[in-house]
Design a binder for this molecule. Structure first.
Ligand code: FUC
Length: 785
């Protein structure tokens, strides 16, 4: 803590502080200030962050910061999305190929523990782990003259609508106001500090990375260094971070490795960061030149334009969707108190805030040209982060992108889809050398270097279906946008993923079914002393989607007719979903669920077919839907953050609105949400934020093919509300307004036109949409006009 306000600060103090602080902001900043946003779209606090999970994130997709909101001592923890350990490396273990037949044989013979031991010993990649995402370090902003003075009127916030974070306080009666944002168009972080009397400031950059070294010269601090080695993979990256200081009044000069500003009325600090990473196989970038260039350009633009352009670029994405679930007095409280209250049913606006925050976090951590959002998005304060903060593709990375299309952020998937393209390169080698197969594949994890070999140990890593699952996101992008050129470019990747399975699926000696072998049902052990198995339900489900999508795409593009036929034949031989003795959907081909040592296991892999896929649905496949429901009951509602979010989306798919809401209430409570609204696995993992965002969308609208379901799972806790700008498949915008739990009006607008089947509350109508003209449907009868 910084000796600031704390819980003793009254609301009147806060308001007075705001007014006083607002007065000190220079005119240029004030002119660009947004209209006051709705209370639902900001996080705010009465005290600085005392730990990282209280700090507030900003990011432009590529670079980001966690803002602590200190008063006399402010720090921003800095990230750059290509600063990882290691360098280009190839973890494929070619000797694995020789051991593969024996592992397959042991699995087919039911000797699972032996198969798993052999897979552990012979099939894993080298190293058995992957590289770790790193922190650049800190920007330190200190008021050197400040004694531990009296702080009043403290407030810090993150306005999701502008993506500007603000800190305001009075220090010994003098108003201070700071604004911090990340600019996507100008690729810099910007901190603006102003006070109502001239003040001094020290600016420093620090880092824990190897050979980190700071130099202050003129009005710039430059920090350079290199990345660390890990698990025998040498560090191959250089990085640079620079802070450029501009003063309104006063003067700036170096003081050792820092800059000291004296007597300024306002100060702008611009921060640029880069590494030498260019691609997974190319580290020849020049971070010192790139950061210098960015700062020269930023300086030429000046604070007012930097701010206006950053806000406009954010709003161009963020304002596509708006959600109102109603506001109660609970929404007036600081964000940390709302989470701590643990009563989502009384605070529907907190669900809307969480939804907005999920959209904000995706925009801030995944923009065209950046790396995909990793386990922590781009925000990581540790050089040894949990699970290395990498890309876990047996659920977590996919979940990060669940909200993208439906909340109109399709562009934000570009980094993910580019990663698929790169994995198809590294994964081709893995397919060939490890499996002797054509096509490409990825096991359960990857990193900056696009490693695709199995890692950690067989019961986590021996899963061949990661690349296939990622490919379904290519199809999603097509299905929402229906852009044939996109599909034409994506098709070879989807085809390559399917080809791998044509070459590696094994014919079950008894049933003749085609099965993956070896595989696992992600991270869950069955009752036979192992996780390794053949043909777990999830693999069959993912492959049904992949094969359908490849064959359909070939048809749309008018290519590869023979291949499509082959794929369809293989699809027909995949093992079907089965219902077990407990009435549950079987996780494995045999009815082993009751024997599994962890009946409440966090992964619900076999329910992939219900969500995110739509192979199972209460209307089209009521028997399987009832079995999926039973599986959900057996697994329980409360799990890790991401697993809780998945459960909420699954219950929403079943149309069980209040059940989905109860789970959401747990997700948004203090057990699974930190004071800064980051999801708690625990520890922090961003997938729960994104999964929770999608679960909320899923309760309000869903689409399949050309069918659109309005309010499929509207809970009693949200009787009145509206949502605007959601996207249904087929380039269709959906706006909905409801009262007393019933739909009042929906407006559909499809750029492409065509017939849609729209349903709500048991009624269904066909609607003809024509190029961009809104069609209004009124009341539960869905009457047009
Ligand atoms: C999977 C999950 C864990 C964690 C890790 C990053 O292995 O089973 O819970 O989320 O990914």
């Amino acid at each position: 803590m910084d000796g600031t306000g704390g819980p003793g600060v009254s609301r009147r103090d806060v308001l007075q502080g705001m007014t006083a602080a607002a007065a000190v902001l220079p005119a240029a900043g004030a002119a660009a200030a947004p209209a006051p946003p709705a209370p639902a779209s900001r996080l705010w606090y009465r005290q600085p962050a005392s730990e990282w999970i209280e700090a507030l994130p900003v990011g432009n997709g590529r670079i980001g910061a966690m803002i602590f909101g200190g008063t006399a001592h402010e720090r921003l923890q800095l990230n750059e999305d290509t600063l990882w350990t290691g360098g280009p490396y190839d973890p494929v273990n070619p000797a694995a190929r020789d051991a593969l037949p024996e592992v397959r044989h042991l699995v087919a013979a039911g000797r699972y523990a032996e198969a798993e031991a052999l897979a552990d010993a012979r099939l894993m990649g080298a190293p058995r782990t992957q590289m770790a995402y790193q922190s650049v370090g800190h920007l330190l902003l200190d008021l050197p003259a400040a004694e531990p003075g009296e702080i009043t009127g403290y407030r810090r916030e993150l306005d999701l609508d502008s993506a500007v974070s603000t800190v305001r306080f009075r220090l010994d009666g003098i108003g201070h106001r700071r604004e911090i944002f990340a600019s996507a168009p100008d690729d810099v972080l910007v901190v603006r500090l102003a006070a109502d009397a001239p003040f001094d400031l020290d600016v420093a950059l620090t880092s824990g990375q190897p050979e980190a070294h700071a130099v202050a010269a003129g009005d710039m601090v430059t920090l350079t260094g290199r990345n660390a080695a890990r698990a025998g993979v040498a560090g191959a990256l250089r990085f640079a971070a620079r802070a450029l200081v501009e003063v309104d009044g006063g003067a700036v000069a170096p003081l050792g490795v820092r800059l000291r500003v004296k007597g300024a009325r306002a100060i702008t600090v611009m921060i640029a960061m880069a590494t030498s990473y260019r691609r997974f196989d190319d580290v020849a970038g020049d971070p010192e030149a790139a950061t210098l260039d960015a700062l020269h350009r930023a300086r030429a633009r000046g604070f007012a334009r930097l701010r206006a352009d950053a806000v406009a670029a954010h709003r161009a994405l963020f304002r596509r969707v708006s959600l109102d679930l109603g506001t109660t007095p609970a929404a007036l409280r600081p964000t940390d108190e709302r989470v701590r209250a643990d009563r989502l049913a009384d605070d529907p606006a907190l669900a809307a805030l969480y939804f907005d925050y999920g959209r904000y976090l995706l925009i801030a951590s995944s923009r065209p040209g950046s790396q995909p959002a990793n386990l922590q998005g781009i925000w990581n304060g540790s050089d040894d982060p949990p699970w290395q903060s990498k890309y876990t593709v047996n659920i977590n990375t996919e979940m990060n992108y669940w909200p993208a299309e439906v909340t109109a952020l399709g562009e934000c998937t570009e980094p993910l889809l580019r990663m698929v393209r790169e994995l198809a390169i590294t994964g081709e080698k893995t397919a060939r050398e490890m499996y002797g197969a054509r096509g490409w594949m990825c096991h359960h994890n990857s990193d900056l270097w696009r490693a695709t070999a199995p890692i950690d140990g067989a019961k986590w890593g021996m899963w061949p279906t990661g690349g296939a699952w990622l490919c379904t996101h290519l199809w999603e992008r097509y299905d929402y946008g229906r852009d044939r050129d996109f599909l034409r470019a994506a098709y070879p990747l989807m085809r390559g993923a399917a080809l791998f399975f044509l070459d590696t699926l094994q014919s079950d000696p008894v049933t003749g079914e085609l099965v993956t072998n070896p595989s696992i049902s992600p991270e869950n052990r069955h009752g036979f002393g192992a996780a390794i198995c053949a043909g777990p339900a999830m693999d069959n489900q993912i492959l049904r989607d992949l094969f359908d999508q490849v064959a359909t795409a070939a048809g749309i593009l008018g290519v590869d007719a023979d291949f499509a036929t082959e794929i369809r034949r293989a699809r027909a031989r995949l093992a079907p979903d089965r219902i077990g003795a407990q009435g549950q959907l079987q996780e494995w081909r045999e009815d082993w669920d009751a024997l599994a040592p962890e009946p409440d296991h966090r992964h619900v892999s076999h329910l992939y077919a219900l969500f995110p896929s739509d192979q199972i649905d209460p209307e089209r496949t009521p028997g399987l839907a009832a079995a999926a429901r039973r599986s959900l009951e057996l697994r329980g509602d409360e799990s890790t953050g991401w697993a809780t979010a998945w459960r909420a989306a699954l219950w929403a798919r079943l149309g069980e609105a209040d059940h989905a809401h109860r789970i959401l209430a747990f997700l948004l409570g203090p057990g699974r949400t930190y004071p800064n609204l980051f999801d708690a696995h625990p520890p922090f993992q961003i997938d729960g934020n994104f999964g929770g965002t999608r679960a909320i969308a899923e309760m309000l609208m869903r689409s399949r093919g050309d069918a659109i379901r309005l309010l499929p799972a509207l809970p009693a806790a949200w009787p009145d509300g509206s949502v605007a700008g959601l996207r249904a498949r087929g380039r269709c915008r959906v706006d909905i307004r409801w009262r007393g739990g019933r739909i009042e009006e929906a407006v559909l607008t499809a750029e492409a036109g065509g017939i849609r089947r729209v349903s709500c509350a048991g009624r269904s109508v066909e609607v003809a949409l024509a190029g961009g003209r809104p069609v209004r449907l009124r009341g539960e009868s869905l009457t047009a006009g």
